[in-house]
Ligand binder design. Sequence first.
Ligand code: GAR
Length: 201
Amino acid sequence: MSKKARIAVLVSGGGTNLQALINAQNKGVINSGKIELVISNNSNAFALQRAEKASIDTACVLKKDCTDQNDFENKIIKKLEEYKIDLIVLAGFMSILSQSFTSKYANRIINVHPSLIPSFCGKGFYGLKVHQAALEKGVKVTGATVHFVNEIPDGGEIIMQKAVNIKEDDTPQTLQKRVMRLAEWKILPAAVEQVCNKMIS
Ligand code: GAR
């Protein structure tokens, strides 16, 4: 393997977690890996503009241009192979990957999820829905988790977690922002550095 692990970040939306990774790379917090490619399944994702601004190559793979899930994943794999990617980071990527994809990249895909797994996770729990569910349940503490991705949605080995207190007047939106700022944007770069460091050493 080269001196730095080659990273691809998969995104679907705003890309604040991608931005946290770019900032961490610029500050040297991520030093064992380099973001070589950003892939989006949404051509309007603001994350793509963040990548372009940081001079990172981008690619769009859209479900509407694919015959089925297999074709969609094969097109992503083609890009990953073209860029000789070592580590895939799912940063707000809103599409579940099949077992054939996750097993091909075993221990080489990580995801950030906006709750303390095993709470409020799995199929159907994404984005604001996660925070809505946490508030409905009345939990007093939530947080974020970075984990390896396997065939079970949000079911792979946990790498890092950070807790965030819930406030009485929280809405899903205020909670989402606080979980991002206090947990996601911190543990995702830290976990990426940890995994890349292990990969290259
Ligand atoms: C983040 O909160 C991320 O944890 C969540 O979507 C948001 C994406 O924001 N991901 C999931 O819910 C995956 N199950 P971003 O595009 O600004 O990084």
